[in-house]
Ligand binder design. Structure first.
Ligand code: NAG
Ligand code: NAG
Ligand code: NAG
Ligand code: NAG
Length: 678
């Protein structure tokens, strides 16, 4: 019911409204200038895992994985323009610290943010820093400006390193970023600062509304404020934020538990932020709450023999248990703790590595199925026999970095465990097992051509990602159908990274055992034992032929005509009937152009000259039909090619792999035909 205004506004009500207006005005003026040396009395709005301790310490994330936390000034500010319409400037400074569970590795980071809300419910933790999710990145409707203090290098956001400061506008691809450092007058340049590691750091952010310039300055505590800002960018904040905006902090963790702390904060509109009183800042725990293993702390109560005997029995029991679940941990592994899974957990998960849980026996060891009790996740545990620790260090480093890779066509590595003489690798469990089981030896169910093409494209995307999409080039070294696993939707996922690297260490190149799998090994790999992205492309080519033909690369029992798959496909092509090579189980139920393209691409990838093999980027274009295959023809067969190989000192290889010489002759032929390709 609408009452006439005069009647509605009785005197009492009017005075109430006046009080309210006055009160709001009072609050607003506070909003434009506040300083907290510790947050006891701050009344911050806390969300997620954020909390303020009784000593005034603001903890944004606790020591745990995949958390996000927010702390905002409770009322929104008008930062775009004042009542007279002029643009506002603001300045802020805060002291922060980050403590990871391990001194050198941390995940993710902390931001100072101007946000349209005090809570970003749709935002994700980990690399999204609690600000964005995968779908709203870059969307102007985010209305977010942030300064990130980032401990991770996330390639998808073009991060420069794993210790940087960046200015983010509606996206995590920073408009400007720089390695964390401060300008030192002493050295006349920038000096690096580690964000992580439990040392207190101070950040200043100043925005000049008239010039639309945002300056960011970092320094370790105890160093006078640097003269030169670390970042200075033109960012018209007025264009980005809403009329009312919240100011505060967000932080997130991913795989490695990390605490993000803010110790003091001051903020001022139109002026310098007040200096913080460093002596009043709250203290914080410098180390993570890492639990030490409980050692036998049984005191001997002098009550009697029984108890003594019981104790001895107990000790023996515990020692046996410790022996049963004994693991090997060396100093260099300290940083990888988060990726370790205890032997006990794996032992229980696989029912003591029971034979009934055995999924298969691969080139590197046995694989068991298990269910982790902590997460209820189904896993595949691979036991790799490994006597010496040579090469292991590099391998573990790679495992850990690969453990951070996330690609939908890669089998995720969840962690590892070491025992004397043994390495255990824990992977996601793949429902449909390995591809070779569904391709060869009269499988119980057939993969359709459509499924096969999907698998091929998936694996191409995975190999491309390894070669070009990640911060370092990763050579897989053992691409083959038995290393391709199928998930519940029959997507192909590549597994078993870099394992072969463990086995090709330090020997003289001439006598090196070639690592990889016979039939997938590029000729130059056999010669020099140097794996590269092009040896991967070669193996990928063989893989294409396998999938299309449903045959192993080398079938010893096949009649001599069909000795190698490569040769056979080539022969069919020469006869003008390349489709003869296609898997007969497909019953001609396929798109001929697609199969033909895959077969020819396979041969192209198997070129014996590495430079003539297409890079994976191009392979993807061919597969997606975005680029036509170069015109090839299988002609001019001649017998003289062995001589060419011999000229290259290849005879030694031919001698040691007599069954393969023919294979490489064919390749050589192919290479003669495809010229000028790069
Ligand atoms: C603290 O902030 C909340 C809003 O988040 C507000 O409702 C409350 O009145 C504030 N308390 C004080 C003491 O300022
Ligand atoms: C991402 O955030 C937006 C809001 O910004 C939300 O509408 C969307 O559902 C979120 N997407 C996901 C995948 O959570
Ligand atoms: C940006 O986000 C809004 C609201 O969430 C949505 O309607 C719009 O489609 C998004 N724009 C783009 C380009 O994703
Ligand atoms: C920033 O954007 C606002 C709104 O579009 C505009 O009025 C103002 O002139 C811009 N400031 C600068 C310095 O470009």
């Amino acid at each position: 019911m609408a009452l006439p205004p005069t009647e509605y506004m009785s005197g009492r009500l009017l005075s109430k409204i006046l009080v309210l207006i006055l009160f709001t005005k009072q609050a607003a003026s506070d909003d434009h200038d506040f300083t907290y040396n510790g947050f006891q009395s701050a009344n911050l709005s806390l969300k997620g895992s954020a909390q303020v301790f009784s000593n005034g310490l603001l903890q944004l994330t606790e020591m745990s994985k995949t958390k996000k936390g927010y702390a905002f000034h409770p009322t929104p500010l008008r930062l775009k323009h004042s009542s007279d319409g002029s643009v506002l400037s603001f300045a802020t400074t805060f002291v922060f610290a980050m403590v990871g569970e391990y001194p050198d590795v941390s995940s993710n980071g902390l931001t100072f943010v101007l946000s349209p809300s005090k809570d970003l419910p749709y935002a994700a933790a980990s690399q999204y820093l609690g600000l964005f999710n995968a779908t709203n990145l870059g969307n102007e409707s985010n209305h977010l400006v942030a300064v990130e203090l980032d401990n991770n290098r996330t390639p998808e956001f073009d991060d420069i390193d794993n210790n940087h400061v960046g200015i983010d506008v509606n996206s995590l691809t920073s408009v400007n970023a720089s390695p964390a450092s401060y300008f030192s007058d002493q050295i006349g340049g920038f000096q690096n600062v580690r964000l992580l590691g439990g040392e207190r750091r101070q950040l200043w952010i100043e925005y000049d509304g008239a010039e639309a310039r945002l300056d960011v300055t970092l320094s370790p505590l105890g160093v006078p404020r640097p003269r030169v800002p670390l970042l200075s960018s033109v960012v018209n904040v007025s264009k980005i934020i809403l009329d009312h905006t919240y100011v505060g902090f967000s932080a997130s963790t991913g795989v490695i538990p990390t605490c993000h702390y803010v110790l003091g904060w001051s903020f001022k509109v139109n002026g310098q932020a007040r200096a913080l009183d460093l002596s009043q800042l709250p203290s914080f725990p410098r180390t993570g709450p890492r639990e030490k293993p409980k050692i036998l702390s049984v005191g001997l109560p002098a009550i009697g023999l029984t108890i003594l005997l019981l104790t001895i029995w107990g000790v023996v029991f515990l020692l046996r248990r410790r022996f049963k679940y004994a693991e090997l941990i060396e100093d260099w592994e300290a940083g990888y703790g988060a990726h370790r899974i205890s032997y006990k957990e794996l032992f229980l998960a696989t029912k003591g590595f029971k034979a009934s849980e055995l999924l298969g026996i691969g080139g590197f060891g046995r694989v068991y199925k298990g269910t982790l009790s902590s997460s209820r996740a189904d896993v595949a545990v691979k036991k790799v026999r490994r006597e010496s620790s040579q090469g292991l260090r590099e391998f573990i480093a790679e495992v850990v970095s690969i453990g951070r890779l996330r690609h939908r066509n890669i089998v995720n590595l969840l962690g590892y465990c070491r025992r004397r003489g043994e390495l255990l690798l824990v992977y996601e469990y793949m429902q449909h097992g390995s591809l070779d089981n569904l391709l060869f030896d009269q499988p119980s169910s057939m993969l359709s051509w459509e499924q096969r093409l999907l698998i091929i494209k998936g694996i191409a995307a995975a190999v491309f990602y390894l070669h070009e999409g990640w911060e370092q080039v990763i050579v897989h070294r053992d691409i083959k159908s038995s290393n391709v696993l199928l998930d519940v939707e029959f997507n192909g996922r590549l597994g078993d990274f870099g394992l072969s690297r463990l086995y090709d260490h330090g020997d003289h190149p001439r006598t090196t055992r070639v690592v990889g799998t016979l039939g997938y090994i590029a000729p130059e790999l056999a010669r020099t034992s140097k794996a590269s992205t092009s040896t991967d492309v070669f193996a990928f080519g063989v893989f294409l032929l396998e999938v299309a033909c449903g045959r192993r690369p080398i079938e010893p029992r096949a009649d001599s005509m069909k000795l190698t798959l490569l040769e056979w496909v080539l022969e069919c092509w020469r006869m003008g009937a390349i489709l003869e090579a296609v898997d007969p189980n497909l019953n001609y139920d396929y798109v001929a152009e697609e199969v033909e393209m895959v077969l020819k691409l396979g041969l192209l990838c198997c070129n014996c000259v590495p430079a003539a093999r297409p890079p994976m980027r191009q392979v993807m274009q061919f597969l997606d039909g975005d680029a036509p295959l170069p015109a090839l023809s299988p002609e001019d067969v001649s017998e003289g090619v062995i001589a060419l190989w011999k000229d290259e000192g290849f005879d030694q290889f031919v001698v040691s792999y007599p069954s393969l010489d023919k294979l490489y002759c064919s390749l050589r032929l192919l290479q003669l035909q495809i010229t000028g390709y790069s």
